[in-house]
Design a protein. Sequence first.
Length: 463
Amino acid sequence: MSTSKSIFELDPERLATTDVDGNRVYLHPQEINGKWQKRRSVFFWFLIGIYLVLPWINIKGKPALQIDIFHREFTFLGETLYGMEPVLMFLAAACLLFMMAFITSVYGRVWCGWACPQTVFIQALFLKIETFIEGTPKQQRELDASSWNAHKIFKRGLKWFLFVLLSLHIAHTFIGYLLGPRELLLKTMGSPLENWGLFLTTMTVTGIFLFDFGWFREQFCIIMCPYGRIQSVMMDENSLVVAYDAKRGEPRFGSSEKGAQGDCVNCYLCVKVCPTGIDIRRGTQLECIHCTRCIDACDNVMDKIKKPRGLIKYNSESKEQHKVFTPRSRIYFSISLILLTAFIYFLHSSTKLKLVFLRAKLPYSMTQEGKIMNQFQLKLSHQGREHLSVDLKIQEPELANKIEIITPKQPVELDKAEKKIVVFFRFHSDLLNAGKFKATVQAIDHKSQLVFSEKEVTLVGPN
Ligand code: SF4
Ligand code: SF4
């Protein structure tokens, strides 16, 4: 084992991906095999399969998952929530966030290393293509350093051509989740001139994926990912992290420290395989995405030198038996349960028909017969799927015959999640008390005469 300074010996004063001048050092992580990489590979392909296939699976005539942000409709396994209300969207997002916080507080950055699309696509596809075309990390570094010639143009051209194809596919699938894959396919078959907006959006998304997965890579995790930043706040000494056992490993081979030599042979393999280029022997770092590649790398080295595995392993900083429920994880779990309960409650209440009356600018007008007319805009909304035929009636028996409800059409046909109509109330001035009175409007099912919902309105006239 050489004791001369390796190119993988990192400067503690700067990021592993920057040189002395602050320029980016492009990483070429070494391929590695091991039990964790086998598991991750299976899991990555499972996730990629789901990602590619899910929008094409039809359940009850709808995509298995569709997030139609344009119409605020969310479809999952054949069920659609129409007109997702802001409160529901907030509760769903907050619940997801706290559920992620719970998982992070227990299992650390398991999302980053195992399920983040950034990690999955780069490690399962883009890095594999790169290695297939450009060879080992050493050959890749040599290609980087070489001048442009036919060989380099061919290799780089082929790699970026495949990257573009892949990014196009991933981007189209992504847009398919928003638009529905069949509609997207139909539109894609046509000329871009017919669907300029869609064409430009898809090309932009493709460009973003190409840039990120093909070139930007670990820089996104290190510099830009907001989730990466907040995760460290969600974790504590009980959370699982990928950690180096310094007690066992130090003093490492070649170290000037005196005493019995530790198990680390200072081979830098853990650094060479790291997708963010860090040296895990320097302790837990923000750049570590818990991808477990260094675990497998080090285990392979330990196997070779006939030492027990686990010099680098999943561990918690407290080194105690890993617990799922700690005070912190209990708080996150409880908050996410409260948010989930609130979500279910609001979801249930919002499946009922909702009436919102907005008064017109002119509070009232007089008819030729001397009656008073109040004009409103009525918004009817519901989360249910069925087509509704709604009659509007006044609930109070003593007022029912004295107030006329005038709508463009009775019954009101509600064929989508939300409808706005103009409603007039015509009544005699006898009903007024100090220039106003209240009445309850009921929305009733035209067929069964069941009351969907009711809303009180204030009707006004001259004082
Ligand atoms: S792979 Fe293991 S033995 Fe090699 S440098 Fe890293 S910690 Fe030390
Ligand atoms: S230190 Fe290990 S677990 Fe962390 S990113 Fe690097 S290789 Fe992955």
